[in-house]
Ligand binder design. Structure first.
Ligand SMILES: [Zn+2]
Length: 164
């Protein structure tokens, strides 16, 4: 499933929603237009689920150990800026899919404490940065690295020490 298919369906959604907005309230045509909108919403949900299943299957197939942050989606949803992108990406589901596929295939699945993984340097220094800052720059050890890569390395470290 490519992003292209998502975009195509999203375009279609905008199209049927626009048509719905032009129908008179209570009319038979409005009912039909509503049903079309619901159908496209269902298609988007299917495409998203399909994508998450394929992507998670690929990850589990190619790795024997999978270490993930134990993110409580509920806590993250409280942050409204993050909420939409989390729901769009289906992160909660993605994590669930990876977990059950790992267990089913006998792979190691490790959840680690996510506390501070975005604000800590590999040297251990506290390096606060808000979400708009993509580059991690440590004033202590001088490390410059993509912030997501630094977080991934910290999560890996935590997972490996949890397994040891
Ligand atoms: Zn550092």
């Amino acid at each position: 499933m490519s992003g292209c298919n998502f975009r195509k369906t999203e375009k279609k959604l905008a199209n049927v929603e626009r048509k719905l907005s032009r129908k008179k309230k209570g009319s038979h045509n409005r009912g039909k237009a509503k049903a079309k909108v619901a159908k496209v919403h269902a298609k988007i949900a299917n495409q998203r689920r399909d994508f998450l299943h394929k992507a998670s299957a690929q990850i589990v197939k190619n790795h024997d150990v999978i270490i993930m942050e134990n993110l409580t989606i509920k806590n993250m949803i409280r942050n409204h800026k993050l909420a939409k992108s989390i729901q769009d990406a289906g992160w909660g589901k993605f994590g669930d899919y990876i977990e059950y596929k790992s267990l089913r295939q006998g792979k190691r699945h490790v959840l680690v404490d996510p506390k501070g993984t975005s604000q800590t340097c590999l040297c251990g220094a506290h390096v606060p940065k808000d979400l708009s800052v993509r580059l991690h720059e440590c004033p202590v050890c001088g490390l410059e690295m993509d912030r997501d890569l630094v977080s991934a390395k910290l999560i890996l470290e935590r997972g490996l020490s949890a397994m040891a």
